[in-house]
Design a protein around this ligand. Structure first.
Ligand SMILES: [Zn+2]
Length: 262
C-alpha cells in the first residue's frame, strides 16, 4: 500500500480538486495525509482555528488519516498582499526553501510515495496556490519523493463547466480572459480520475467546511449551491479530477551550514 500526501493552500481546497481522488485512495487502503499551508488565525492563539477543525472533519469524511498545518497564514486574493499578522507569515511571503524543507520533513517522516501539488498557474492564480506549486516541486526534490502529481483542470473543460454552471444558476463570476491562461491545457494532463462514485463523500466533505458555507459573499453562495445539488448532479460537475505528472529530480545533498559552493 502506498502513502499519498496531498499538499493544499487553504482548508477546503482539498475537496474541490482532489477530494474524490483522496477518498478513492483511502477506500483502496492507501495511507492519505493532507498537509495545508495556511489557516486563519483563531482569536485565541492557544486554540486551533475553526478552519483547521473543519479541515479535520472534511479529512475524516474523505477517509484521510492525518492532517498537518505547515504554520503559515492565508495571503488573501486581493490586489495587495497585506502585512503579516503578529507572529505569523503569510504563505505567499514565506521563504520557498524554508517552506519546502518543512514539507520535505513531512514527506520523509511519512515515507510518502506520491506528493500532490498544484499546476504552475496555481489554478485560477491565487498567490497561495502559485506558492503551493513552487513549494511542492522543491519539497519533492529535497525529499526524493518518487512521484509528483500536480492537481489541475483542462482549460477546455472549464468552458463546458461554466455553461453547465449557468444552466444550474450557480452565481459564479469569472473572467473569460483569465480562463484562457488558468489551470492547464488538455495536452498537459497525464491522469484523469473518474470519481463520480465518491460524489456523496466529496459533497459531505465540502459541507464540513461550515464557516465557508455559512459565510456571506459569492464564494459562500457557490458552496451552498454545490452542497445542495443532488449527488448525481454534483457528480456531473465534480466527478472528475485531473493531474499532470512531473518528473522529480532528487536535489543534490545540501552544503553544510547553508554554505554555497565557491
Ligand atoms: Zn485556496
Amino acid at each position: 500500500m502506498a502513502t499519498v500526501l496531498a499538499f493544499h493552500a487553504h482548508p477546503d481546497d482539498e475537496v474541490l480538486l482532489t477530494g474524490g481522488t483522496l477518498a478513492r485512495a483511502a477506500a483502496e487502503g492507501h495511507r492519505v495525509v493532507i498537509a495545508v499551508a495556511t489557516d486563519h488565525m483563531a482569536a485565541d492563539p492557544h486554540t486551533e482555528s475553526p478552519r483547521l477543525r473543519e479541515l479535520r472533519a472534511s479529512a475524516g469524511v474523505l477517509g484521510a488519516h492525518r492532517v498537518v498545518h505547515l504554520g503559515y497564514t492565508d495571503s488573501g486574493h486581493g490586489p495587495v498582499l497585506l502585512p503579516d499578522p503578529p507572529g505569523r507569515t503569510r504563505f505567499a511571503r514565506a521563504d520557498t526553501e524554508e517552506a519546502a524543507q518543512r514539507l520535505a520533513a513531512l514527506l520523509r517522516e511519512e515515507d510518502a510515495d506520491l506528493l500532490i501539488g498544484y499546476d504552475a498557474n496555481g489554478g485560477y492564480g491565487h498567490r497561495d496556490h502559485v506558492k503551493v506549486h513552487q513549494v511542492a516541486r522543491r519539497a519533492a526534490e529535497l525529499a526524493g519523493t518518487p512521484r509528483l502529481l500536480e492537481a489541475t483542470m483542462p482549460r477546455e473543460t472549464i468552458a463546458h463547466l461554466v455553461r453547465l454552471i449557468r444552466v444550474l444558476r450557480i452565481p459564479l463570476r469569472y473572467d473569460p480572459d483569465a480562463l484562457r491562461t488558468a489551470y492547464s491545457p488538455r495536452s498537459a494532463i497525464t491522469h484523469t480520475l473518474r470519481v463520480r462514485r465518491f460524489a456523496r463523500q466529496k459533497r459531505a466533505a465540502l459541507a464540513a467546511h461550515r464557516s465557508q458555507v455559512a459565510g456571506s459573499g459569492r464564494p459562500a453562495t457557490v458552496m451552498r449551491t454545490l452542497i445542495r445539488l443532488p449527488a448525481p448532479v454534483f457528480g456531473l460537475l465534480l466527478g472528475r479530477e485531473w493531474f499532470a505528472e512531473v518528473v522529480v529530480r532528487p536535489a543534490p545533498l545540501p552544503h553544510p551550514a547553508g554554505q554555497r559552493p565557491q
